[in-house]
Design a protein around this ligand. Structure first.
Ligand SMILES: [Zn+2]
Ligand SMILES: [Zn+2]
Length: 111
């Protein structure tokens, strides 16, 4: 079961939805990366890593961080203020630079 949360900026109302399990992937015999999603249990069982979405708190760029090759900086602007999108609560919004993200309690999504 996968859970999603929605964060909304209190300043510009920009919304970001995050899934708690990221994007698990496996490598096939040819060395290619494939993402496995529910209900692909066969694929999920072969997973060797996980790409989790991150947000740059400096420029607002969204990007994936590979668990097998983690990065500590935004690939676009090089800032080190990056946040796991699933843990955005209380972080400053990079889009309006004024608001703070808070979880939307009315949003509930289960896959
Ligand atoms: Zn904002
Ligand atoms: Zn950036």
């Amino acid at each position: 079961m996968a859970w999603a949360v929605k964060y909304v900026c209190g300043g510009c109302h920009r919304a970001i939805v995050a899934w708690d399990e990221g994007n698990p992937y496996y490598i096939d015999d040819a060395g290619d990366k494939h993402y496995a999603y529910h209900p692909d249990h066969k694929g999920l069982a072969r997973c060797v890593g996980n790409d989790s979405p991150h947000l740059c708190l400096a420029c607002g760029h969204e990007f994936m961080v590979d668990s097998r090759a983690p990065v500590a900086k935004c690939p676009k602007c090089g800032a080190s203020e990056i946040a796991d999108i699933y843990h955005l609560c209380g972080r400053h919004c990079p889009y309006c630079k004024a608001g703070v993200f808070a979880a939307d309690p009315s949003f509930e999504c289960i896959s």
